[in-house]
Design a protein around this ligand. Structure first.
Ligand code: C5P
Length: 236
């Protein structure tokens, strides 16, 4: 069962500041939060972040930091006063980097989480970049274990990895899942995808959903339909 009344965070992947601000206002009451990532933040930085945050929704600042511990800690310290609901690093940066990340964010308002395996990568892609042979979900589980041991609040993972992560790391460990597509929708660049119903039933706390909302003719109606699918799945 998700700990969020509405588990959907809409990914505002755009460089169009006014569109992002308008959509954040429109989506208020229909999603649990919004996500700002590289595309938006590199274009509009702190001021753009502030404009979107003013819409009043929790913000997941998805910058996926991955560098040496000192640099990641410095980067997160520079962002700390924005007090996003969630910020993240790549678990592949290692335990020392994640411990430095946890230490750099002292605000109780912000949860620091780590990306395990990108949902755009499958087992073949992982072998190509040098991971030993094995299922993507085994790699995701070991990275999630390291994330928890390093003191972070949770992970970004695929729904395919959730059962193992929830089972071993417990209900308090925050799980954020992208790669969500309604049945029959275009996968685009995502590979390890799931429907919203499957994700919440498997125990996801937050579902990051971008294009199925932002590219819909009516984004509010799309968000409402996705939220209804989540509610129905949990009530079933
Ligand atoms: O448009 P779509 O629903 O595919 O957007 C998914 C969002 O989640 C994107 O902003 C992407 O950067 C992000 N994300 C992801 N896979 C991860 C981590 C984040 O797709 N493992």
């Amino acid at each position: 069962m998700s700990r969020y009344e509405n588990p959907i965070f809409c990914a505002l992947d755009t460089t169009d500041l006014e569109w992002a601000v308008a959509l954040a206002h429109e989506l208020r009451g229909h999603v649990g939060g919004v996500k700002l990532g590289l595309e938006f933040f590199y274009a509009h930085g702190r001021d753009g972040y502030g404009r979107v945050a003013d819409a009043g929704l929790p913000v997941f600042l998805d910058l996926k930091l991955h560098d040496i511990p000192n640099t990641v800690a410095g980067g997160l310290s520079s962002l700390a006063d924005l007090e996003p609901a969630i910020v993240n690093v790549h678990a592949g940066g290692g335990g020392a980097m994640m411990r430095a990340a946890a230490g750099a964010v002292s605000s109780g308002q912000t949860q620091v989480i780590a990306v395990t395996i990108l949902t755009s990568l499958d087992s073949g892609d992982l072998t190509e970049i040098g991971f030993r042979e094995g299922a993507a979900n085994e790699h995701a589980l070991s990275l999630a274990r390291l994330t928890k041991a390093s003191g972070l609040a949770g992970v970004v993972c695929s729904t395919h990895d959730l059962t193992a992560i929830r089972g071993e790391l417990g209900a308090d460990f925050l799980t954020v899942v992208p790669g969500i597509r309604p049945a029959g929708a275009d996968n685009e660049d995502q590979k390890r995808i799931a429907t919203p119903a499957w994700a919440v039933k498997t125990g996801a706390d937050i579902l990051v959903i971008g294009r199925p909302i932002t590219r819909a003719d009516d984004p509010v109606a799309a968000a409402q339909a996705l939220a209804a699918e989540c509610r129905d799945a949990l009530d079933a």
